[in-house]
Design a protein around this ligand. Structure first.
Ligand SMILES: Cc1cc2nc3c(=O)[nH]c(=O)nc-3n(C[C@H](O)[C@H](O)[C@H](O)COP(=O)(O)OP(=O)(O)OC[C@H]3O[C@@H](n4cnc5c(N)ncnc54)[C@H](O)[C@@H]3O)c2cc1C
Length: 265
């Protein structure tokens, strides 16, 4: 269904965080409410989409197939509702219509979004430990969820995976949170690091800082078993293969499926 209500957001900032991920920051309209972890759908004008574009691989797109002048693309809100602006991180897919549209926007331009939606939100739970596992742009909703978890004084762990040094982003901020909040631990792992990877800033061009642990290597699944505890809620966000693999490991460790929450990009 095409959402009925759209509202306008004004772009105030854009920068590349890595060679193929960029950040977008929009003014938050008065009264804009959402739960940490939710997403919005952006109206992408049809000039950025062909008529044959009746939805991407994962997105049902009735707007395009009905001849409407836009397609809808889904992006998680990375900022916490307590923060003043609306932040997103966008994977710059080759031939991606949404990234092409976003990259052509000028500061001050408006975009239209449907009201926030989605169920990848913190669950009410007697368990006061939240463990987050994210890869790539899967960090977007997880950033907001981590802040919400910390706001509630829950024990909060984040295992974040990217491929190479140049793919690291928001590391400086996450590292600072790990110092600031005693109840937050942050692990960063690289599946395809260079030989020089030590966990500290090693390459130029991306937003990097020293990581709190000595250069972890391998996929998130390699480090997950050391983090698993029975009394925790698990939140997974990233590609389908990652979510499947991590979920399977959790189930093998007797984590009840009701405690495993995920969003697939
Ligand atoms: C709930 C939810 C939240 C999401 N949040 C984010 C987010 O915060 N940041 C973000 O970058 N993405 C996010 N995504 C994924 C994002 O919606 C899609 O990547 C986006 O719709 C692709 O649109 P496009 O116009 O760039 O690509 P299209 O123009 O539709 O396709 C361009 C090319 O990319 C390929 N492609 C399309 N989607 C993907 C994909 N997901 N992975 C790999 N190849 C793809 C297509 O096959 C095609 O070759 C989210 C998806 C969901 C369902």
């Amino acid at each position: 269904m095409i959402p009925k209500n759209f509202l306008q957001l004004t772009l105030i900032f854009r920068k590349f965080l890595t060679p193929d991920i960029f950040e977008l920051v929009f003014e938050k309209p008065a009264g804009f409410t959402y739960a940490p972890g939710q997403f919005v759908q952006f109206k992408i004008p049809a000039r950025n989409a062909s008529r044959s574009d009746a939805g991407g691989p994962q997105e049902n797109n009735p707007a395009a197939s009905s001849g409407a002048s836009f397609v809808l693309r889904t992006y998680s809100i990375a900022s916490h509702p307590g923060e003043p602006e609306l932040k997103f991180c966008v994977k710059d897919l080759p031939d991606g219509k949404a990234p092409a549209y976003f990259k052509n926007l000028k500061i001050g331009d408006g975009v239209e979004v449907a009201l926030p939606a989605g169920y990848f939100v913190l669950q009410p739970s007697p368990v006061q430990t939240n463990i987050f596992i994210a890869t790539g742009t899967g960090l977007a909703p997880v950033r907001s969820l981590v802040l919400e978890s910390l706001k509630n004084n829950f024990s909060t762990k984040l295992l974040f995976g990217v491929r190479r040094e140049e793919d690291i982003f928001w590391d400086r901020e996450l590292t600072a949170w790990a110092t600031q909040y005693k109840n937050f631990s942050y692990l960063l792992t690289l599946s395809r690091p260079s030989e020089n990877w030590t966990g500290s800033a090693t390459s130029a061009g991306s937003e990097q800082a020293g990581s709190p642990q000595a250069g972890l290597k391998g996929r998130v699944s390699a480090h997950l078993p050391a983090l698993i505890q029975s009394e925790a809620e698990y939140y997974l966000c990233g590609s389908l293969p990652m979510v499947k693999e991590v979920r399977q490991i959790l189930l093998e460790h007797k984590i009840d499926s009701s405690r495993i929450h995920f969003e697939i990009f």
